[in-house]
Design a protein around this ligand. Sequence first.
Ligand code: ATP
Ligand code: MG
Length: 705
Amino acid sequence: MASEEKSLNFIEQIIEEDLKSGLSQTKLHFRFPPEPNGYLHIGHASSIALNFGLGIDYQSPVNLRFDDTNPEKEEQEFVDAIKKDVEWLGYKWAEERYASDYFQQLYDWAVLLIKKDKAYVDSQSSEDMAIQKGTPSTTGTDSPYRNRSVEENLDLFERMKNGEFEAGTHILRAKIDMKSTNMLMRDPIMYRILHKHHHRTGDAWKIYPMYDWAHGQSDYLEEISHSFCTLEFLPHRELYDWFLDQILEDNKLRPKQREFARRNLSHTVVSKRKLQQLVKEKHVNGWDDPRMSTISGLRRRGYTAASLRNFANTIGIAKRDNLINVSVLEFCIREDLNKIAPRVMAVLDPVKLVITNYPEGKEEWLEAENNQEDENAGFRKVPFSRELYIEREDFLEEAPAKFFRLTLGKEVRLKNAYIIKGESVIKDSEGNITEIHVTYDTDSLSGSGTEASQRKVSGTLHWVSIQHALEAEVRLYDRLFTDEAPDSYKEKNFLDFVNPNSLEIVTGFVEPSLSTVQNEDKFQFQRLGYFTVDKDSTASKLVFNKTVGLKDAWEEKGKKEENNLNNSLKEINKYFKVETKPERIAIESAIGENIKNVSSFSLLQNSLKKNINNNKASLLFSQFILKYSSWKSSDFEEDDVKKLYSMSLKSESTYVRSKALLNLRDIENESFKNQFDDEILKLYSNPSKNASEREIEILAEMVRK
Ligand code: ATP
Ligand code: MG
């Protein structure tokens, strides 16, 4: 039973209702049905957590069913990867099943349907069939083959199976209703001819069942009580039920299909097809590239199974599609790693620091706490010596008052070690700092309890001892896409949003306690973030992946961009009030700067949309977006841009009209431009009273062209 205290989600409510109406709890049976045509992604994790979570709550079996009815796209590699991922997530399936195990049974049932005159062989071209299918608003027409005799259908279907026909020459269709309001009920395809090798059945079959014909029947054969799928299958439910009606025997459990919303994650794509494209076109290095939204990518990135389960449970399930911000996922991994990741010191952008009053040749092994969040994590020793690396950005020769790191004449603490004071720097011929010289307070060792050790200093820095440190390759990842919903724009391809700077590789130095790390070991590099050992790591060359920073850098960036844009919008009113051209230019260039700095396309697109209205300041602002953002007019939704131009050209303000004319002039798409020819001519032949000289000039130039 689902526990009473927690409120039930709508899926659990459906199950509870069924139990109340007499379904025995022992009959509950679920499945997770991946198609082995790619690696699982974070969206699948939601479906896995839902189905296997129900299995745990109700103590019911959950099958892992491979929906392998399309040999063109399916491979054993994917089957293996899927099994590994589900297992790694911490779930156990009752049985491993394959839709292909049921090919014979499905065939026998199809024969039965033919005999009952519920299915027929159609031999038209797919184009003809598409035309006959009708549209959502017009009914379909019957195929000329719809009334073939049972005998002829049986004969043809058998010969299809035996491989006597070429692909595309015949199909088997269910005989339902070409006038149904549900397009899927207009004699849907049950079988197609495919002379393809199947990863499990080999060359035994020359015909393959369609998803709709295979899925519900597989559920029925496995006695699945509840078949949960994503919302796009809602219109398929009627067909799911129709097929079941044809084969259902008395006293057998009737599976029930119900739908929940697909989970989408921001700044990535969750579609095997698109993920495959990223792999094939080498935007990433394989399905398990740490930037991918695949489970295997996330695992390699350093995500734990617990964090992914926690993520899936946190976002829960919904009835409507929506976009979950990736910061929720990052929150989940930070929360987990904070508890379990040992703290260590690593320097990723090193600069040499020399403690001039520390004896040469001396070394000390200082005590360092492994994890203050975990009482049992214990302590380790870290070596300290005269020459250390610190992070280059932790030192400034001339620092502002609020700089809480190292500068000349000020004190900071070295983590687990001593208080030091900046004394001088050595530079190369180009003025770059090559060494920082400091002195240390011999009495100030951390944890020594001396008065000196308790002195308050402005900051604490991490460091490594140069002589003892290990070199490491560190892979720093950023989001794979610059936009939060890269595949949501009508006019844009998701690949246009690939972040060119999503991977940066640096050579850093880590403390020697990391000499024996294993693949997937996880650490917090103090002050830098969480890191995990990559599978490329070897004893002689350590490789780490950055999992996530300690703070949400993107959230801060996004907020700043949004604020800047809002401020620009306020500033723009002044544009109409100032007297002189230089003043207007100054305002425009400040606003243009802000717009240029916005990296989020959706922020710009929303802002553009919001500002297409009768207010002249709004229109001018939208024109500035077109002019200054790094995106072209054609990147925004065409209807919006069209509306913006026609409103701008009718604006009462000469500034708005002029900017619109200039932007229009720069558009390359002639046919788009031509739509406004009439309005431009009108403005030219009958200029508005307030038209500036500049406006007239631009008009003249455009009309001449
Ligand atoms: P994709 O478009 O990535 O190939 P799919 O739905 O075709 O996804 P399947 O292998 O058929 O992938 O999916 C297995 C199960 O996981 C199905 O029940 C499907 O509905 C569910 N699923 C797939 N993607 C998501 C998602 N983004 N959110 C929730 N569930 C999902
Ligand atoms: Mg699919």
